[in-house]
Write a new protein. Structure first.
Length: 179
């Protein structure tokens, strides 16, 4: 895979520079507006734009440095300049890194939540209500806690895990019980 990138600028037809970027030639000349910020889209749809490739075949780090210099030179609109760039430059992700991230996700299990978009059964809701606000007793120390949350904080146990222990969904590995 080729590591080289270009640095480019987008200009209004009157020659005013309104964007500085790094990427492939394809990225520089792309008219896909969903990959640009809203301000860029507004300017491009109002005026149109021309692409000026400033330097080709750059190493990523060199392109980042040049991008920072150019953004500083032209200035961002929010600072009184002409550019619709939101960042100061030099903080993009090289294309090869994106490809590595994509490859690393292949074969990785996605977390699936079976309840997403669904409602609990009325019986489940009643069970959840029945344990809400119950006293929790530590059998070891004899200390009572007003709620599962208070016990979880005192014993430094994640609330969800303690709730699962106390409600019987998980083997109770504590000396805590509902009273």
């Amino acid at each position: 895979m080729d590591n080289k990138v270009c640095i480019y600028r987008h200009l209004k037809p009157n020659g005013e520079v309104f964007y500085i970027g790094i990427g492939s030639i394809k990225r520089a000349t792309s008219c896909y507006t969903n990959s640009r910020n809203k301000l860029w889209n507004r300017i491009a749809s109002k005026y149109g734009y021309e692409v000026d490739i400033l330097k080709r075949d750059l190493e990523w780090d060199d392109a980042c440095e040049l991008e920072k210099i150019l953004i500083s030179y032209y200035g961002k609109i929010k600072d009184g300049g002409t550019l619709c760039n939101f960042l100061d430059g030099g903080n993009g992700i090289p294309r090869q890194s994106i490809e590595k991230m994509r490859q690393s996700k292949i074969g990785v299990k996605q977390v699936f939540n079976p309840m997403k978009g669904k409602k609990h059964k009325p019986s489940t809701i009643e069970k959840m209500k029945s344990v809400r606000g119950k006293l929790v007793l530590c059998l070891e120390t004899g200390i009572y806690y007003k709620s599962c949350k208070e016990a979880a904080e005192a014993m430094d146990i994640p609330l969800k895990r303690l709730n699962n222990y106390l409600s019987g969904h998980r083997t109770n590995k504590t000396t805590l019980v509902y009273v």
